[in-house]
Design a protein around this ligand. Sequence first.
Ligand code: TXA
Ligand code: MG
Length: 346
Amino acid sequence: MPADQVSQAVPQSQIDDAARLLKEGKLVAFPTETVYGLGADASSVEALKRLYQVKGRPTDHPVIVHLADVAELSQWASTVPEVAYKLAEAFWPGPMTLILPKADHVLPQVTGGQNSVGLRIPNHPLALRLLQTFGGGVAAPSANRFGRLSPTSAEAVREGLGEDVDLVLDGGPCEVGIESTIISLLEEKPVILRPGMIDSSQIEKVLGISLAVPEPKHAEPESVRVPGALPSHYAPHTPMAVTSSENLIELFAEGMAIGRSQGILAFASTIESMKSNFGSSFYSALAYEAFITAPESADQYAQKLYDSLRKLDSLALHKILVEAVPGGSQWDGVRDRLARASAEQQ
Ligand code: TXA
Ligand code: MG
């Protein structure tokens, strides 16, 4: 069901309840177009304290403040450069977060003690209804425990957070599927801190300039203020490798020879070669479920990514083998999340 219809089916009384809970300092998980967020009143120290506890996240990592309207930007940022309005007009509501100098009142519990604040207007009718009804900024990290896969459905939120979340608004599966593109506007030139489905070429087109995209691999984990930039972030429990089609087939054959249960996320042509290479052994009951044919378009791939990894992760496999995705900026977000999900825990 499209997000609009899902939203229409949720009565205003439920949105009112959610807004009231937020005002009381409670935690409300809500759908966005990217992933589900775990919302707390961004102006309440108590609510933010609880948010960090439930998330299990170090307190010096900042959270994104979600807003209903561009008019609120200047309430949360001390200065709003023209480029912010240009990007806002092009991409909001949508999967983009802007890092701006914070306004005086913005709590250190939101900013992780930094002088900047992350702001975003999400594109999901339920999120927007909640934000409008609440009438303030809602701090919301992805609604998962620190370091785990972000949830893209209400069930995944409940599974991960259980009783620790006071209310989960169910807005159906997320349409984008990976977290927002984060753009820092603190320097003269915008910098992409976390790639997402709004890619560098789209941003360049809107701004008429070329962007510097830092390589997350080169970042020193200790110095990184973006938890998404820690190498082992967004990880399934099962060890995971991302590799070429050829190598994946070889690894699979090696694993099969020693009786290992393995999961595969690969494009159709690779799956086809495996079917013809391995014949009926490919279809053993467990193995069948553990094969996922990856969508060919970056948008569809991103939308299914966390759900696919979650599924494979639930099968208690030895290893998940993922076929590397194509080059090109539209795959940057997906490539980044795959790299993090497969990075060694360190
Ligand atoms: O799509 C999304 O962005 C989702 C949905 C719920 O909106 N939210 C999300 O939040 O992914 P979280 O907390 O899982 O990741 C937010 C990222 C973190 O890596 C955080 O460090 C970064 O945003 N961030 C927030 N404020 C920042 C700031 N002032 N400077 C640098 N990074 C910041
Ligand atoms: Mg997260």
